[in-house]
Ligand binder design. Structure first.
Ligand SMILES: *Cc1c(COP(=O)(O)O)cnc(C)c1O
Length: 408
């Protein structure tokens, strides 16, 4: 048996020194609010937007207070409101249906495939009557975007992409977030850039972006943005769009700009850890790895695998055994929401929805983060522990250990 793992699955790297210096500079001059600029000064937030627009190839970009806020603002900017039905993935994180519900709209969940992406047949079946699709690239798995856009375009249903886990990723060379009418990103600590909290919206649509800028709380200072549409776009919306305050500030933008400059290199490091884990788990009995399509350029900051057909008790035995050895795995099949992990059936405000395929897949879905504080040797050790504890759990299946745990 190999040793135990003693690292932390939630420890990110420090903010790069250039970010710390830029943050100190903002703190020293005190102009944290994005519209508080000295004569001739360009706010850090405006510069971040300009740089992120360039990074994604989008015409426009807006920085906001969180990823969830970005989703809500993008939905509202395309006119989603009370009573509207908005399709979204049944397998996603709570702020996604939350952003829909916050507008008084109803989330309608679409089934999940074994590859952890949206089920196209179920999507097709649910398109009628839907006002939009909020497509979540959950855990960084990108569906066939060519097919998805063809289906949604044919039905006239706009697509907003939730790219919380795909910042830096692409489908057939087009950046994630650039297929639909808008792409939304998070810069919360567990995502690909870390400002504690924060979000970004990109789009080529001037009306959408003008509305989003006003929604975010620009007052009549939108002229200070550098990645916003021209004044005419604002003339159409500025007096009919409410201020739903949710701006980003210069401190966060200052922390993010050096991280954006490093993002491609960081993505390559995540993918190297992922490839190590994938190779180390290949061929493990009872475990199904998630295939990655050739068209997908992923940024794999987390790792998923399936234990198909495992009864809940046996999964719990495995999780407990792995945890004893320092490997904290998340399980989307847990009947109760725990930590960050919840499921469509715990979002009761959305009403009960019948999603048997998603339920079956999530029952065996195991997830772990791969923070950049891990070394390849850490990943090898974690994989070895997973293999050993899976084998030990399978060997004891229906034996005394599983029965004892079940009796707890
Ligand atoms: C984190 C996350 C969000 C929301 O981001 P916040 O910045 O935390 O509001 C949205 N979607 C997914 C899939 C996420 O993981």
């Amino acid at each position: 048996m190999t040793g135990n793992f003693t690292g932390s699955f939630t420890q990110q790297e420090p903010i790069p020194e250039a970010g710390i210096e830029a943050a100190l500079n903002v703190l020293r001059h005190g102009r944290l609010h994005r519209y508080n600029t000295a004569p001739g000064e360009i706010a850090e937030t405006a510069l971040l937007e300009e740089e992120f627009a360039r990074f994604t190839g989008a015409k426009y970009c807006l920085a906001v207070a969180s990823g969830g806020y970005a989703l809500g603002a993008a939905l509202r900017a395309i006119g989603i409101g009370p009573g509207d039905h908005v399709l979204t993935n049944a397998f996603t994180l709570a702020p996604v249906p939350g952003a829909i519900a916050a507008l008084g709209a109803s989330p309608v969940f679409v089934e999940t495939t074994e590859d952890l992406t949206i089920d196209m047949a179920d999507l097709q079946a649910k398109l009628a009557g839907a006002r939009a699709l909020l497509l979540s690239h959950m855990r960084g798995h990108i569906c066939d975007m060519d097919r998805l856009m063809a289906i949604c375009d044919a039905a006239g249903v706009p697509v907003i992409e939730d790219c919380a886990h795909t910042m830096g990723a692409a489908w057939r060379g087009t950046p994630s977030g650039r297929h639909g009418i808008a792409g939304c990103y998070s810069t919360q600590t567990y995502k690909h850039m870390n400002s504690g909290e924060g979000g970004l919206i990109v789009s080529d649509d001037p009306d959408l972006m003008a509305r989003a800028v006003i929604l975010s709380g620009s007052y009549m200072l939108y002229g200070r943005h550098r990645a916003a549409p021209p004044a005419e776009a604002f003339d159409r919306v500025r007096l009919v769009t409410p201020n739903v305050s949710g701006r980003m500030d210069n401190l966060r933008a200052a922390i993010l700009r050096p991280q954006l400059a490093d993002l491609a290199a960081q993505c390559a490091r995540w993918n190297a850890l992922y490839a190590t884990m994938e190779a180390a788990l290949t061929g493990t009995d009872g475990l199904r790895l998630i295939p990655r399509p050739a068209e997908e350029s992923h940024v794999a900051s987390s790792f998923q695998f399936l234990l198909p057909g495992w009864p809940p008790q046996r999964v719990q035995t495995f999780l407990a055994r792995a945890a004893q050895r320092g490997v904290e795995l998340k399980w989307f099949g847990h009947p109760e929401p725990t930590g960050f992990t919840s499921r469509h059936d715990s979002w009761r405000y959305a009403g009960a929805q019948h999603l048997p395929q998603t339920d079956r897949i999530l029952a065996g879905l195991i997830d772990m983060r791969l923070p950049l504080t891990f070394t390849p040797a850490d990943v090898q050790l974690i994989a070895a522990i997973i293999r050993e504890e899976l084998a030990a759990t399978a060997a004891g299946a229906n034996g005394p250990h599983e029965t004892a745990l079940a009796a707890d």
